[in-house]
Design a protein around this ligand. Sequence first.
Ligand SMILES: *[C@@H]1O[C@H](CO)[C@@H](O)[C@H](O)[C@H]1NC(C)=O
Ligand SMILES: *[C@@H]1O[C@H](CO)[C@@H](O)[C@H](O)[C@H]1NC(C)=O
Ligand SMILES: *[C@@H]1O[C@H](CO)[C@@H](O)[C@H](O)[C@H]1NC(C)=O
Length: 457
Amino acid sequence: MLLHTIRQTRLVLIVFAALSFAVTLYYSARIYCSFGAGLWTTNAINTTPLTVRTPRECVDPYKIPGYMYTTEDREETRWIPFYPSFFDLPALPETAYPHPEDMGDILLNNRTVDDVILNTAPVPWFRMLRSYYAYLKKVADAKEGHQPEPELSEQDEFVRVHMSWTKNRRILLMGDSIDRNQLQYMCEDMGHPFVEDGGPYVMEQTTAYCHIPLINITFVQWHIAGMYTFRPEWWWMPMKLVSFEDRFKEIFKPVSMHRVIGPSGSGPDLILMQSGTWDQVAFLSGAHFHQMQALPEKNRTKFVIGRPRQPLTMDQLRFVSKRFIKFVEFMKDVFGDNVPMMYRSSSVRKEGKDEDAGILSIDRMLRSLVTTRFNMEIFDWSRLAYGATSEYRDFIHFNKGRMSWLFSDMLLHYLFRASGGVEIEGVVKIWPQEKTMHDLNANWEVCHDYIVDTTNR
Ligand SMILES: *[C@@H]1O[C@H](CO)[C@@H](O)[C@H](O)[C@H]1NC(C)=O
Ligand SMILES: *[C@@H]1O[C@H](CO)[C@@H](O)[C@H](O)[C@H]1NC(C)=O
Ligand SMILES: *[C@@H]1O[C@H](CO)[C@@H](O)[C@H](O)[C@H]1NC(C)=O
């Protein structure tokens, strides 16, 4: 009798699971279309995350050579990796040889990307985050206005169910003005101000953040002034403190530490770190002190950034490498071992490729250092940004445009992975699970060994 009941219950459960799965699939597919990307299957029912993955399940789409898909609308910008499936597509009639006489010229100049290809691009997470925010806001506004609960659209329902992994998150970028700008654009795109906050050090280039209360997510930047150990007399920029040790003690810790502690209680949910431009600037400023002093203040950075046509010397690179090792170890001490840390690779200036020799030499050295010494992955922004010169705001910074949109997508991609999510060729296979979404290191490690590698730029 008991057995009979159990069997019946089981049957009911199975039918129920199958039904919900079908419904989920149906909705996922429809909703995802509204995000402008095509079909999408989900595995929301599967609550047992895979722990063993095959190399195919562990691919970093932003590391694969891809196609920069852009339209008039910057929000449609996507990075489309060239997966084997691209090469398996059927041949176009134009490929025929000999050339059919009635075919005319071979132009193939339709810029629309077929959904079959577009759908393999990484999930447009930033779009999803914005929809999630819009849904939360709709509910919050109704509550505040003592209105009845608003009706939820299918899209609202979808993000409500699937995007809660973005809640209570803290993301820290330690780097230069490139990172600061990208975060600023991201915050503005979320409709939130980006606040420069130096505490008693009232100046730029200290810390900056934005907090989005409805999601309880905070993006923070700590401005690193390069790997110099002290503030030389020729240091002309507004920074009062130069070494990361001093900056941490005097600025980051007292002013900003409370903003970067995520649910783990010990550190952020994701860290990007970087150094490069400021090291080069420091070495050159020292060497060209008098010429630089003679220039108006606002011309000085450009003067030193614009000078080098040579890599750093080996001694300079040895210096930076030892200091960067200490920087990573220092931050590991501060935040513990649970936080995924990535090296954000250096983009270069808009023009004058040989003037980039200094930055290139540091970036190549650091790529090797972080992967071999620290087994860290690379947030390979520089390779995506390569050649996107029309996206620059000035000679070195990007504007709020397509590339900054992509940066936001990319940042969230890694947060999704740190939360236990899996996407393969643009399809979400596993959503972060409530129980494990804060086991950052464990989630990260699942695929890490397949992805970490010393890529050159
Ligand atoms: C361009 O390609 C898209 C997608 O394959 C297709 O829908 C559209 O009709 C094409 N446009 C022209 C003018 O052929
Ligand atoms: C917001 O997130 C932080 C960091 O994860 C957490 O400590 C805090 O409790 C959260 N606040 C609320 C109201 O959930
Ligand atoms: C300073 O820069 C401006 C434009 O950025 C330029 O016009 C000017 O000539 C520069 N001054 C010197 C002394 O180089």
